[in-house]
Design a protein around this ligand. Structure first.
Ligand SMILES: [Zn+2]
Length: 125
């Protein structure tokens, strides 16, 4: 994919919007933006969120289902301005919601992941 984006970048019509489907990993998103892509569509932030996987600063991904977070009272990412992090939902509470099968957990993690990717896009404006 990276080779193809590098090949295509100088060929784009600058008057038209460029769209890339199925790219949602932060590293790939940044690479695509740097090679002329304007718009994305991907299930990754919500699918990962529904399964307890969230991105944190540094483009690292952690699973909140991991027992390591059972007593972690911090937000998903202290640097994040999303609803989930700002409202004080802790990693431990989110892990608990996943363990009892409450769908709220996936929604709150999806909100975080979507905001994480949106912040990346904003940083390129
Ligand atoms: Zn957040």
């Amino acid at each position: 994919m990276h080779d193809m984006l590098e090949f295509l970048a100088p060929l784009y019509d600058v008057a038209k919007i460029r769209y890339l489907m199925g790219v949602g990993e932060p590293g790939n998103l940044k690479f695509a933006i740097e090679h002329g892509i304007d718009m994305f569509d991907c299930v990754l932030p919500t699918r990962n969120g529904r399964h307890g996987s969230v991105w944190i600063s540094g483009d690292k991904r952690v699973s909140l289902k991991n027992g390591h977070f059972s007593a972690d009272k911090g937000p998903i990412d202290k640097n994040c301005d999303c609803y989930t992090c700002q409202q004080g939902y802790s990693r431990a509470f989110l892990r608990h919601l996943f363990k009892v099968g409450d769908p709220l957990a996936g929604k709150l993690c999806s909100i975080h992941n979507l905001r994480y990717l949106q912040s990346i896009c904003e940083s390129y404006r």
